[in-house]
Structures are given as structure tokens and as C-alpha cells.
Design a protein. Structure first.
Length: 382
């Protein structure tokens, strides 16, 4: 009997498998309040709002573990997923040690309750592999991917097997075997099997574009990078909220490889979409605007950069307790841009405001303090 537990999955075309929800029970799960909580956490994670998503998964964990006695299969599997999603959110925030602890809790539940052949187990191994890749633990990642492959093969889960291949390509790419990564990912595209609708094609195109840039093949890279956004635009429309995660990844790749002019085109579009869907005081809106400002700055469009940085700073300052790092960085962006425009008095004034904010709100050893320490050298250079 198929599970009647309804977990939010969202449009499979866009969602990274990081946030796809699976549940493999054979009986009806009754606690709809927990399901709503889980779905709310997934929705926040989907748009990179990890500070909002984590409390939802923590609530599920505390609720289920607060009840004494033997857990039902349904509670156990939901608890595994909550540990997995909490670990993924922590990993995205680069809190790797904390992330691994959550994965271990989920792994212990799986082994203790004889759930090694469930989707939840396979997805947990995917998460551990992804974290291991981020920490350059290649053998650990490979072992986890092999275990996940065995599980998904036994369950005949084609989308998960494709994700397994994708992660193997990511392992190659991050371990400086770019040609092998490209081969794995191109093989997914060339596969005689129809690519599942549940597999994230834009993510695959983005990764191929990034790897071709690393190989120095810019024309091929641009072709794939353009496809990574063209497909979701065709599917959802030009103004859909679903485009923001895709724009975020695409802009990041173009910025990393100093394709600033190309990045501006997509950053401008991302700001339009963000302004349409996000609240005026949303820190995520400020982040998209700030990314655009940095691209303008790199192409010496300093007047436009200043406008963007000032607007982002204004948004961050609405909720200063939630955006201390972003505010400190934005003050420095604004000050430096005034300096580039030749207004050194205003530059120093803004720099002083930012330095004072940093002194009051960031730990003494925080890296952003160094930007203010080296201000004198910067202003002399400009």
C-alpha cells in the first residue's frame, strides 16, 4: 500500500534533491501537525532560509523524542528525515561538525531499527557523501555513495540513482578530476533512459557549465549555464519565485570565474524577481541586491554599485540583530564605492559607522574586522 503521508516535494524540475522529501511507510501517518511543521521547514530550506527552516526540524525532533517508549516506524522515519534536513541546513551554513552530528543521530536510528533498505537511509548516505565532499573526505564520500547506490538499486528508485551519479561527478570535480566529472554528467545527459522528471536538470547544466569553465572551455560552459536558467524560465515563466534558487547558483558561478558582465544580466533579473515576491524588509532581497552591487563594482559601474549597496544596507538595518555580518560588510562596500567615486570624506564617514557597528556586534577575531584595519592602505591606493 502506498504511503498516505503527504510531504511537500515542490516542482521537481527546480528542487535540488537536498530538499526532496520521501517517506516509505506502509500505513497511514496520523500526526498531521508534524507533517505541516516538516513541510514548513522544507519550504524555508528551498529558498535558502536556513535560520527559518532549522527550528521546524528541531521542533519535530524534540516532539518525537519527548515521548517515552518504543517509537513507531512512522515516527522513526520522520525523525530520520528531520535529522537529515537539519544536518543539511547546518551544512549549507558551513557548520560542518554540527551537521555531521545530526547525520549520525539519523544513522543510529536507521541501524537500531533495521531500516537500512529504506529511501531515508539512502538519502542520509547522500547527505553524508555531500558533506564529505565539502570536507575533502573522498573515500568516505565514495563509500557512502556505494551504499546509497545499493539501496536505491534494490528499491528501483531511478531519480535517486541519477542523483547518486550526479554526486559521484561532484566528487570528481571537487577532487580536481574535472574531466571525469564532465564525463559522468555528460553520460547522464546521453543516457538512453529517459531522465526522470524528478531529477534536477538545471542543477546538472549548472555543474557542467562550472566544470567547463574550470577546463577553460568558455563557449561550452556558457551554453550549459544559459540552459540552466532557460529551462526553468520556460517551465515557470520569467517572474516566478522558483527562479531565485537557480539565479543564485548561476550568479555564483559567473562571479567565481570573473564573468562579471554576464553575471550582471542575471543578477538584474534576479533582483526583479526578488522585488516582486519578497517583502521589502526581507534580508534575502538585500542579498540579491548586494550581489548585483558587487558585479557593478567589478565592472566599474560605481554609481550603480553605490545605489545597490546603499539599498541593501537600508534593508539589513531594519533588523540589525539578524544581519550583523551583512551590515558590517555592506558598510564597507558603501565606503569603498564612495572612495572609488572620489568622495573620500563620505567614504571615511561611512567607514567609521561600519567600524563602530563591527566593534559592537562582531567578535574581536571576526575576519570582517580586517577590512577596516586595512582601510588606510585602501584609501591611499584609491
Amino acid at each position: 500500500m502506498a504511503s498516505s503521508l503527504k510531504l511537500s516535494r515542490g516542482p521537481a524540475l527546480i528542487l535540488n534533491a537536498d530538499y526532496s522529501a520521501y517517506f516509505c511507510t506502509s500505513t497511514q501517518y496520523q500526526n498531521q501537525q508534524l507533517i505541516q511543521t516538516y513541510n514548513a521547514g522544507l519550504k524555508a530550506s528551498r529558498y535558502f532560509k536556513f535560520d527559518e527552516s532549522m527550528p521546524h526540524f528541531q521542533q519535530i525532533i524534540s516532539t518525537i523524542t519527548a515521548n517515552p517508549g518504543q517509537l513507531s516506524r512512522e515516527d522513526t522515519l520522520l525523525l530520520v528525515q528531520a535529522y537529515n534536513q537539519l544536518g543539511r541546513a547546518l551544512k549549507k551554513k558551513e557548520r560542518f561538525a554540527e551537521s555531521f552530528k545530526e547525520y549520525l543521530k539519523g544513522l543510529k536510528l536507521i541501524k537500531t531499527n533495521n531500516l537500512e533498505k529504506t529511501k531515508e537511509a539512502g538519502l542520509l548516505y547522500h547527505s553524508i557523501a555531500d558533506l564529505s565532499i565539502a570536507e575533502s573526505q573522498w573515500e568516505e564520500a565514495r563509500t557512502c555513495l556505494e551504499k546509497a547506490k545499493d539501496i536505491f538499486s534494490s528499491l528501483n528508485e531511478e531519480p535517486c540513482l541519477m542523483e547518486n551519479e550526479y554526486l559521484m561527478g561532484l566528487l570528481y570535480e571537487k577532487s580536481n578530476k574535472t574531466a571525469e566529472a564532465i564525463e559522468v554528467w555528460e553520460n547522464i545527459l546521453r543516457s538512453n533512459k529517459k531522465i526522470s522528471k524528478e531529477f534536477n536538470i538545471p542543477k546538472l547544466y549548472l555543474s557542467l557549465g562550472r566544470s567547463y569553465l574550470k577546463e577553460g572551455n568558455q563557449p561550452k560552459a556558457i551554453e550549459y549555464l544559459e540552459k540552466s536558467i532557460e529551462i526553468p524560465i520556460q517551465h515557470f515563466g520569467e517572474e516566478s519565485l522558483e527562479l531565485l534558487p537557480v539565479y543564485s547558483g548561476l550568479i555564483g558561478v559567473l562571479y567565481e570565474y570573473k564573468l562579471y558582465k554576464e553575471g550582471i544580466v542575471y543578477a538584474e533579473e534576479s533582483v526583479k524577481v526578488a522585488e516582486k515576491h519578497l517583502k521589502a524588509d526581507d534580508a534575502d532581497l538585500a542579498r540579491y541586491i548586494s550581489k548585483l552591487g558587487k558585479l557593478y563594482s567589478h565592472t566599474k559601474h560605481h554609481a550603480q554599485a553605490l545605489e545597490a549597496f546603499q539599498k541593501a544596507l537600508e534593508i539589513y538595518l531594519i533588523h540589525p540583530d539578524k544581519s550583523k555580518v551583512e551590515i558590517t560588510d555592506s558598510y564597507l562596500d558603501v565606503a569603498q564605492t564612495f572612495a572609488f567615486l572620489g568622495d573620500h570624506n563620505k567614504a571615511n564617514e561611512v567607514k567609521d559607522e561600519g567600524e563602530e557597528f563591527a566593534r559592537k556586534n562582531l567578535p574581536r577575531g571576526h575576519p570582517l574586522h580586517h577590512g577596516y584595519v586595512f582601510w588606510k592602505f585602501f584609501i591611499d591606493y584609491v
